[in-house]
Design a protein around this ligand. Structure first.
Ligand code: NAD
Length: 349
């Protein structure tokens, strides 16, 4: 049994974590985010369980390490919120949830696309006002359009399959070509060709040094006028100021954003009684053709179950003195052979 503090746990995930733990670990649940201010809550804990909203930068990790924290179980696939080099140097063991229902995120991306395209939010608002006019609600057929997928990993492939069902032409870009994608008729092209040819672009690559601001002014300038941009991956992949400019210029037809570069401390919290001080976010929200959800693409029963079970399995391994198969820099030689490539990538981010 391990003493663990689970930061940033909310009403939506706490029951799943409790159920998956089944009393095997002593877990302290807190709604608070891990920051320098809240790190003291980890006193006496061997492990922390973190979410994407937590701050696992070098200074925070140093404090955790000083308190005797040896393990970090990430309740997410992405690990861009962790200073990996620092945690490795400090000897903190780190594991993520490498996969959980990719359909949850892919289906949310499709839901956003269809909501924005068929003006479902506006239509619902008009309906509530007893205004049954259709003049502002025209969308387009997705059938026959060209869809560009940035990153053909688990989520990108799930999205591609759904898009195939709509009767679209699917293009993709990814430094690693997925044989299943090629077999399914998905054509790999360069990022700039994908941008030039696509009517709809959906981002499914991780955030790291080389994907930060992957979509900025130069990329928006190449886009087809009216292109729909979907980002359910990480906010930092899209440069918000340049996106705002592209929206103002009418280059982008609509944007569907489940993530936002400055979402930490904003999403997942109740800010009803505070003033919105982020001018870019306020501006983004003011566009009728921008649909924003607060990092909720993963919010399905299946995904929450998968996240909780893998998180507990990671803690079980450590409590038993074993290595988890999900460690981001494996300790043993056997594990390191299949993770070699990943470790190298991590060391460069
Ligand atoms: P994955 O590792 O299966 O796939 C990622 C793919 O991106 C890989 O094929 C990789 O080669 C590719 N890639 C890397 N760099 C690239 C680049 N420069 N251009 C194009 N492709 C590139 O990961 P996944 O499970 O499909 O998840 C993808 C991302 O989705 C995660 O990294 C995470 O940021 C995000 N995510 C978001 C939510 C949410 O709720 N919004 C939930 C889970 C994951």
């Amino acid at each position: 049994m391990m003493k663990v503090i689970a930061y940033s746990t909310k009403g939506f995930d706490k029951p799943y974590l409790k159920k998956a733990a089944a009393g095997r670990h002593e877990i302290i649940f807190t709604e608070k985010r891990l920051t320098l201010e809240t790190v003291s809550l980890a006193n006496g804990c061997e492990a922390v369980a973190l979410f994407t909203s937590d701050d696992a930068s070098k200074d925070v990790l140093q404090e955790l390490s000083g308190k005797g924290v040896k393990y970090i179980a990430l309740r997410s696939t992405g690990y861009d919120h962790v200073d990996i080099n620092a945690s490795k140097d400090m000897g903190i063991r780190l594991a993520n949830v490498p996969e959980y229902s990719p359909y949850s995120i892919a289906e949310h991306a499709v839901a956003m696309l269809m909501a924005v395209n068929r003006k479902l939010i506006e239509s619902q608002l008009l309906m509530q006002l007893h205004d049954f006019r259709l003049d502002t609600l025209t969308g387009f057929d997705v059938h026959g359009k060209t869809v560009g997928i940035v990153g053909t990993g688990k989520i990108g492939m799930a999205f591609a399959k759904i898009m195939g069902g709509f009767g679209t032409i699917v293009l993709a870009t990814d430094p690693v070509h997925n044989v299943k994608a090629e077999a399914a008729g998905i054509q790999y092209v360069s990022l700039s060709e994908l941008i030039r040819r696509s009517d709809i672009i959906s981002i499914h690559c991780p955030l790291h040094e080389s994907t930060k601001n992957l979509f900025a002014r130069a990329q928006f300038a190449q886009m087809k006028k009216g292109c729909v941009l979907i980002n359910t991956s990480r906010g930092g992949i899209v440069n918000t100021e340049d996106l705002l400019e592209a929206l103002e210029k009418g280059i982008i037809g609509s944007a569907c954003l489940d993530v936002y570069d400055k979402e930490k401390g904003l999403f997942f919290e109740d800010h009803r009684n505070s003033i919105l001080i982020d001018p870019n976010f306020a501006k983004l929200r003011s566009f009728k053709n921008v649909l924003i959800t607060g990092h909720q693409a993963f919010l399905t029963h299946e995904a929450l179950t998968g996240i909780a079970e893998t998180t507990m399995n990671n803690l079980d391994c450590w409590a038993a003195g074993l290595e988890s198969p999900n460690e981001l820099y494996p300790q043993s030689v056997e594990h390191s052979s299949n993770k070699e490539e990943l470790s190298e990538t991590i060391l460069t981010i």
